[in-house]
Every structure is written in C-alpha cells, then in structure tokens.
Write a protein that binds this ligand. Structure first.
Ligand SMILES: [Zn+2]
Length: 204
C-alpha cells in the first residue's frame, strides 16, 4: 500500500493534517483553559499562561470631618474628608486592588498595609503609580482600568475628565471613572462613607 491519504481540516490555511477515516488530529493542540480532567496537575496551572487577566477591587472609607477630601486624585473642598491608613482615596485604592488581583500579586493590604509603614499616609495616586509599576514588573501590560465610585458626594461628573487624566497618568494606561448613588440606602446613602469598585484588564 502507498502512504495513507490525507486531507486538510479546512479553514483558509492548512493547520492540521487529518487522516482520512480518522477524526483525530495528528498532533492535538492543548485547549487553553480546558485542562485534561484526568491530569489534576494541569488544573493547578489553569490559565496561568493566558494572555489576558482581569482583576476586581473594592474599597470603603468613613467620612471624617477632620480630614481633607482626596478622591480620584483630586482634592474636593466641598466634601468631608475620608479616614484611613492613607488619604482615603477609595477610587485609587480600589484600582490598586484590581491591578494586584489581576496580576495575582496580593492586594492593597499585603502591598501597602499597616505592616508596610513606609506607605502610611501616601497619596492614593502615589500608591496607584507604584501598583502599576509592580504589575509591570511581573510581566504584564495594563490595558485599562475602570472605576466606579458609590456615594452622594463628591460630584464626580463635574471633574471627571480632570480625575481621569490624573489617574491615567498614575497607571500609565486609560482609566475610566464613573459614579453612582444608592437611592439613600446603606452607609453610602446615609452619607456615612464612600465606596468604590474597580476592574483592571492586563495583557502580555
Ligand atoms: Zn482605602
């Protein structure tokens, strides 16, 4: 007999040879994100080589009449300040947590918390800039960060562009900033504090 006849599996470019009468590819490619369930060792590294990663962060601070209000890298003269280990900038802190989470390098507490006194009272954008540097040190590029502030004040919309520019400069990538209220409900609705959530997209 001569050599086994072959055909291409289709598509614009031939990628895999398939033997006629045999549906299996000659060299099955590993399917990203689908480790073989019979090989638990593959599950342990699930997705570690993926070219993208997202991370999520949340931060909350209590309003404090004795502090200045720094939110999203800006000083807000018409709003009570926020208490905390640093300036209480919930937007910057949530963004830091999102970046750390996406890169898998801990969180705000493990990177800048009370066990790291050198970061005490650091400005939120200073922490954000350092978080972005650490993420890049771990081989990631930053696609963008999206932050949502939850609370009655400050009125983010009045200075959104200014805040986005400052945050983007700290991150070295686009930062989108939005805000919402909670219809008077919860601690943000009662004006007791301010919250923020953020997501970050990394690639490599
Ligand atoms: Zn915070």
């Amino acid at each position: 007999m001569g050599p086994t006849p072959t055909r291409y599996s289709g598509g614009r470019e031939p990628r895999r040879l398939i033997h006629v009468g045999d549906n299996r590819a000659e060299s099955p490619q590993p399917r990203l994100g689908r480790p073989d369930p019979h090989q638990p060792s593959q599950a342990a590294s699930f997705g570690e080589a993926a070219p993208f990663a997202i991370g999520h962060g949340t931060d909350v601070h209590r309003f404090d009449a004795d502090s200045e209000c720094w939110v999203a890298g800006l000083k807000w003269d018409d709003t009570l300040g926020l208490s905390g280990h640093s300036d209480g900038d919930v937007a910057a802190h949530a963004a830091c947590d999102a970046l750390f989470s996406a890169a898998g390098i801990g969180d705000l507490g493990s990177n800048f918390g009370t066990a790291r006194p050198e970061w005490a009272n650091a400005a939120g954008v200073t922490l954000l800039s350092e978080a972005a540097r650490r993420v890049r040190d771990h081989g990631w590029a930053i696609g963008n960060v999206s932050i949502q502030i939850i609370g009655n004040r400050p009125k983010i919309g009045t200075r959104r562009e200014e805040a986005q520019a400052i945050l983007a400069q700290a991150v070295g990538a686009p930062v989108r900033l939005s805000a919402t209220t909670t219809d008077g409900l919860g601690f943000t609705g009662r004006g007791e504090g301010l919250a923020a959530t953020a997501v970050a997209l990394l690639y490599r």
